[in-house]
Write a protein that binds this ligand. Structure first.
Ligand code: ATP
Length: 199
């Protein structure tokens, strides 16, 4: 599994369509201050489902859309496509290549796609759970994050290990099953109350 390319349109400073291709091995993106290097990492976070505008260094989600310059009008939407080689099938989907896309309009409407098929954000989050790539993953280490990991509470630090050993999706499923069980218990109490009243 490796990142093959990122395609950006209208994302932050990338008004024109821009494609970054990544070969196997190490790729470094260099450039002057303010040229958009961190915006590329933001695009990766964003397409993988980042919901916090603050994490993306903005104040609201629409801040990721190209805001215009003196010479160029703002754009109405932006899109990021992230393509990952999946020959080793580490991502649980029967395709040897996976493209995840996210689009957002100024109106706030947002769309996600997996290999061109419209899907929910949840599908994207689940697809990458336990791969190390997702939002909770460790594939993007931001500035100051190592320090944060070291000073985290033990249970927060443990979340990283859970992701690495691949048990996050089971924990999430357990949580969701426990929630449903709890709701059913409440329903049972209510039914018993009604039966008692009617008896
Ligand atoms: P440094 O080396 O200083 O960390 P960098 O290369 O990582 O810089 P970024 O922080 O990625 O640069 O890019 C910042 C630039 O992106 C700024 O010029 C900012 O104006 C521009 N920018 C951010 N959001 C938008 C937007 N929505 N529309 C247009 N430009 C944007």
């Amino acid at each position: 599994m490796h990142l093959k390319s990122i395609e950006l349109y209208g994302f932050k400073s990338f008004a024109n369509k821009m494609v970054f291709k990544f070969e196997k091995g190490i790729t470094a993106i260099v450039g002057p201050n303010g040229s958009g290097k961190s915006n590329v990492a933001d695009a990766v976070r964003w397409v993988l489902g980042e919901q916090s505008a603050k994490q993306l260094r903005g104040s609201k989600m629409q801040d990721v859309i190209f805001a215009g310059t003196e010479a160029r009008k703002p754009l109405g939407y932006c899109q990021v496509d992230l393509t990952i080689d999946n020959h080793d099938m580490k991502i649980p989907i029967s395709y040897s290549e996976v493209t995840v896309s996210r689009r957002v309009y100024r109106s706030g409407e947002s769309e996600y796609f997996i290999n061109g098929t419209n899907c929910r954000m949840r599908d994207v989050l689940e697809l990458f759970m336990d791969t190390g790539i997702g939002q909770e993953g460790y594939s993007i280490i931001g500035q100051g994050q190592i320090e944060k990991i070291l000073s985290n509470k033990p249970e927060e630090r443990r979340a990283l290990f859970d992701e690495a050993v691949g048990i996050v999706k089971f924990k999430k499923r357990k949580e969701s099953a426990e929630k449903k069980l709890d709701e059913e218990k409440q329903n049972l109490y209510r039914i018993n109350d009604i039966i008692t009243e009617l008896a």
